[in-house]
Design a protein around this ligand. Structure first.
Ligand code: MTE
Ligand code: MO
Length: 379
């Protein structure tokens, strides 16, 4: 069993697939803390977790095309920790398939049936990718290089490894803060999250945040991996599996504005307190460093709206982490059934689409429609 070396996991996680392991935390636990505890952080593996001896581990960085150095740069974990300054960045990771189950409910899609908790936030510690690339001889103005490919050490039975790429410009940009992380929330990176080293690409879809990083290649072309070329792309609702041509859509990088209700749960019975109030909670996040500036919540299916309270971290530059939001709402007397909706606005004034159907796509990615839940009020 190639999965026999997989680590043990917290029993509270909702498992969407055991082998490979894919699981999300209960939504209400997700918004108990701004930082998601490592054991609760959603886990998305395409392959068995590789067993890596940290003492023998080496990151391989291929040299610039035509460089005078013949051999690739090889860095041990100790080299990474001692030769480069350590940096920390707070980043929310979201899988492109987050909230796929709502898309699946409209018309079946191919993919794991994620609820609204394939998203989590951590403090990541490590070294800037740009520092490592500079050490390998790269500079921002190098011609003919456009992409940085990351190869994981996880592989299938044929030896095919997980891989993805981002633009060279993003990789070298000070503002983009792309990190090679060896720490997650002050602990060494857990096995499920890429031990001993992973890429953290702030503001970018989970799939490019390659875990168990083995090799970095700078190139003219994007990664040739299945996950860069033939997956993690968006399409029109009219495209089906007979007509889809993956070469016609760009690989997802920055993600769109997103929000969801985490408490109460859909279908729950809620009891207002003695003032007739209930607490509604959720998260909101946007890709590309855009900050969440507002979350609107409706208790009447979208007829009227209230502005939720936001909590988050102050940042000077771009914002890579989510905001948690909360609303103490008075339930009108007589009201027995409630439809609660949330929608967020980011710093570019991007808003979420109101329904799922117009953004439905065959792979069930990029669902960022208004999040609706229905609950019963017990008075
Ligand atoms: N990296 C490797 N090597 N193998 C993988 O299967 N999954 C990707 C990405 N990096 C993956 C990977 C996907 S699709 C997501 S959403 C994130 O890792 C999930 O990161 P997490 O498990 O730390 O939450
Ligand atoms: Mo993902």
């Amino acid at each position: 069993d190639p999965y026999s070396g997989d680590p043990s996991r917290h029993p509270v996680l909702k498992i969407n697939s055991q082998k490979p392991f894919n699981a999300e935390p209960p939504p209400e636990m997700l918004t108990e803390n701004f930082i998601t505890p490592n054991v609760l952080f959603f886990k998305r593996n395409h392959l068995p977790v590789p067993n890596i001896n940290p003492d023998k581990y080496e990151l391989v960085v291929e040299r610039p095309p035509g460089a005078k150095w013949a051999k690739p740069l090889k860095l041990s974990l100790k080299d990474l920790k001692t030769k480069f300054p350590r940096h920390e960045v707070t980043v929310t990771l979201q899988c492109a398939g987050n909230r796929r189950s709502e898309m699946n409910a409209i018309k079946p899609v191919k993919g794991l049936d994620w609820g609204a908790a394939a998203i989590s936030t951590a403090h990541w510690g490590g070294v800037w990718l740009r520092d490592v690339l500079s050490d390998a001889g790269y500079s921002e103005d190098l011609p003919n290089v456009r992409h940085v490919q990351f190869e994981g050490l996880d592989q299938d039975i044929t030896g095919t490894k997980y891989g993805a790429s981002i633009s060279f410009k993003r990789a070298m940009s000070k503002d983009c803060e792309v990190l090679l992380a060896y720490e997650m929330n002050g602990e060494e990176l857990p096995k499920d999250h890429g031990f001993p080293l992973r890429v953290i690409v702030p503001g970018v879809v989970g799939a490019r945040n390659v875990k168990w990083l083995g090799r970095i290649i700078v190139s003219e072309e994007e990664s040739s991996s299945h996950w860069q070329q033939n997956d993690y792309k968006g399409f029109s609702p009219s495209v089906d599996w007979d007509t889809v041509d993956f070469s016609t859509s760009p690989a997802i990088q920055d993600l769109p504005v997103q929000s969801a209700i985490t408490e109460p749960r859909p279908g729950a019975t809620i009891t207002p307190d003695h003032d007739g109030k209930v607490t509604i909670k959720g998260y909101a996040w946007s890709g590309g460093g855009r900050e969440i500036v507002r979350v609107d919540v409706s208790l009447d299916g979208g007829k009227t709206w209230k502005v939720a309270d936001l909590t988050g971290e102050e940042t000077k530059g771009p914002t890579w982490a989510w905001k948690l939001w909360k609303l103490e709402a008075t339930i009108p007397d007589e009201q027995k059934e409630l439809t609660i909706i949330c929608k967020a606005v980011d710093s570019s004034y991007n808003v979420q689409p109101d329904t799922v159907a117009p953004i439905w796509n065959l792979r069930g990615v990029l669902n960022n429609a208004w999040h609706h839940i229905s609950v019963t009020v017990d008075k």
